[in-house]
Design a protein around this ligand. Structure first.
Ligand SMILES: C[S@@+](CC[C@H](N)C(=O)[O-])C[C@H]1O[C@@H](n2cnc3c(N)ncnc32)[C@H](O)[C@@H]1O
Ligand SMILES: [Zn+2]
Length: 356
């Protein structure tokens, strides 16, 4: 079957080699970011049909190497490269073996596995030069969003949330895990852009050598607390405390409490994404740029506030954001939920504004 994504034609097999059309947004955003970063040496570590790597070669002008352990995937990658007239290199290796033999060769490594990326991230970090970029996809949302808490603890070493903040915590658990992986190799991490979309999480981070940078990144780790009884939420290290309402606080972490995106880079990516003519990509990037500036590691979901109050209808997100800003708070929408408000205001303030 032939599909078109961005400026790229892709021949995707009906069976045997993986292709997920719902990951187009993931590939679109990656292309926009790579264009914003300039020409790179890009490794598509787990390439399948080559959809992402071929697009990066065709649409971003980067030098690309694609790899997959499945020989049938490698055939499909070669055909797709030819179809688009791009010169790429291709290999058929086990990913971790490849990573140990290409140290310093690629300044962008993309890790896009089935499920959790945790088996590949350490070697990917170690393979980067002293300054490089890592793109990581996680589709094991059931583990990251609290459905399988033990799986999250095993894979990411963190306690997850269920409910209102499960996606926020899931994204930050992935980011926190990556920061720890970097720190093990004496490297610091800066989140360029990350998002929780559909049924996956995506992180694009900059990795730089230096013990000071590693220490600084670890300073961004901590816990999120949430009270299901009254809706209170906060960040910090306040495990084992009770909520002011007397309810029991739930605690998630350790996770990344720092920025989930660099607004300046996201705006550049937004400009670069124009050629895609895709409103969903533009909306995601615009929202991300705004919410990253608020720098609060949680949001309030008006839908849940309504439920807690026992009244369904509340004011619109835009009105609440506006009202909070007028009161001097930082506030924005969040890409994580269409009814979410990211703000440094407290629960009661948001509730009062939302109720009108
Ligand atoms: C989710 S798919 C990649 C999708 C692709 N990036 C895209 O955008 O369409 C994961 C791929 O990883 C390959 N794979 C799984 N384990 C691997 C390993 N240990 N080494 C190399 N490739 C592996 C599979 O053959 C599969 O094609
Ligand atoms: Zn409470």
């Amino acid at each position: 079957m032939r599909v078109r994504e961005g400026l790229t034609e892709l021949e995707v097999p009906e069976g045997g080699v993986f292709f997920n059309p719902r990951m187009k947004l993931n590939r679109d955003v990656t292309c926009a970011v790579v264009r914003a970063l300039g020409r790179l040496d890009f490794l598509d570590l787990l390439a399948a049909s080559g959809a992402k790597g071929i697009r990066v070669a065709r649409e971003c002008g980067s030098r690309v190497h694609l790899n997959d352990v499945n020989p049938r995937a490698v055939e499909v990658i070669r055909r797709n490269a030819e179809l688009n007239g791009v010169e790429v290199s291709v290999s058929c290796c086990e990913a971790n073996l490849l990573l140990t033999s290409v140290r310093g060769c690629f300044n962008f490594i993309d890790v896009d596995p089935f499920g959790a990326p945790v088996r590949f991230t350490a070697n990917a970090v170690a393979a980067l030069p002293s300054r490089g970029y890592l793109g990581v996809t996680a589709t094991d949302t059931a583990a990251l969003c609290g459905v399988y808490p033990k799986a999250c603890l095993r894979k990411y070493g963190a306690v997850s949330f269920r409910g209102e903040l499960c996606k926020e915590a899931g994204l930050r658990i992935l980011l926190g895990f990556l920061a720890l992986e970097c720190a093990r190799y004496g490297r610091g991490m800066r989140v360029l852009l990350s998002h929780a979309t559909d049924h996956y999480f995506r992180a694009l981070v900059e990795v730089r050598s230096g013990r000071r940078r590693a220490d600084d990144s670890l300073e961004q780790l901590g816990m999120l607390v949430f009270c299901p009884a009254c809706g209170y939420r906060g960040a910090g290290e306040r495990a084992n405390e009770r909520c002011r309402c007397g309810g029991e606080l739930q605690v998630a972490g350790r996770l990344w409490l720092g920025r989930i995106a660099e607004p300046e880079l996201v705006r550049r990516a937004l400009a670069e994404a124009e050629y895609l003519e895709d409103r969903r990509v533009a909306r995601l990037l615009a929202t991300l740029a705004e919410e990253a500036e608020v720098e609060v590691p949680y949001f309030y979901d008006l839908h849940h506030i309504g439920r807690r109050r026992g009244t369904g209808s509340l004011r619109k997100v835009e009105r609440v954001v506006e009202g909070l800003r007028e009161m001097g708070y930082r506030a924005s929408r969040t890409h994580v939920s269409p009814t979410g408000v990211r703000t440094d205001a407290g629960y009661e303030v948001v509730e009062e504004l939302a109720a009108g």
